[in-house]
Design a protein. Structure first.
Length: 246
């Protein structure tokens, strides 16, 4: 029997199933949760972010006593925490929010001092929920600062790291678009799961801010999709490629 090659924390790639490729603007839709939600690949990433160490690809110390309850909590959380698929065609993304989000426009300054506008979409999961917390997607349009888009992910990641102690901080990918994935523990005993990606002249910062004692919000993080101007999900065949997957 051929031996299977070990792999590190997986990324979201071209083999991911296609979900709702065309959605009207602002159209909420109930999503399928539970074991068929984000999949074991994303659950492993979140567990690694919580308990792994960065000395080796999978961490040299993953305590079994912590790992088993975390995986069980993740597998059960879908039945206890309802999320709604929400799409915005203007800012070209789809994500599962725990409630109808509110939008706030805020100033955003780049490292070079260019003033841009950030659209911040925020939703709160109820305090009684198994994943009570704040869930947000920040979108910054770089159309007036295209020459700075190449450093946008790094700049946004610096701001997230400043919020606390990094427990996980590694490159990732969303549908074969380069991203940065971070897990930050803050001084007020909160945990921030973040993923930062840039596509189509826009910067996207996806964040979940929860207490340390709740399961990682894998359903929320794994649901993010970037859309094109026709509302179609953008998926590339491989990292760095411009060839789309239909």
């Amino acid at each position: 029997m051929a031996r299977r090659r070990a792999t590190g924390p997986p990324t979201r790639g071209a083999s991911a199933p296609r979900l709702n490729p065309r959605i009207p603007p602002g159209s909420p839709r109930k999503s399928t949760l539970g074991p068929r939600g984000p999949g074991i690949r994303f659950l492993l990433w979140f567990v690694y972010g919580m308990f792994g160490r960065k000395n080796t690809p999978w961490g040299e110390a993953m305590r079994l006593s912590n790992l088993i309850p975390a995986v069980l909590a993740l597998s059960l959380s879908g039945t206890a925490f309802a999320q709604t698929e929400w799409s915005n065609r203007d800012d070209r993304f789809t994500v599962n929010f725990p409630a109808e989000p509110t939008r706030q426009d805020m100033p955003y300054k780049t490292a070079k001092g260019t003033n841009l506008i950030a659209h911040v979409y925020t939703a709160q999961a109820p305090a009684s929920s198994i994943q009570a917390g704040t869930y947000s997607v920040t979108v910054v349009d770089y159309s007036s600062a295209q020459d700075e888009l190449a450093t946008a992910i790094d700049e946004a990641s610096v701001a997230i790291r400043a919020k606390g102690m990094a427990k996980y901080d590694e490159p990732g990918a969303i549908d074969q678009m380069k991203s940065q994935r971070l897990t930050i523990e803050t001084a007020d005993k909160r945990r921030i799961f973040a993923e930062v990606v840039a596509e189509g002249g826009r910067l996207y910062v996806v964040q979940a801010n929860t207490a340390l004692n709740v399961p990682p919000p894998a359903q929320f993080q794994a649901s993010i999709q970037i859309l094109d101007d026709k509302g179609m999900r953008i998926r590339y065949r491989r990292l760095g490629s411009t060839e789309r997957v239909n």
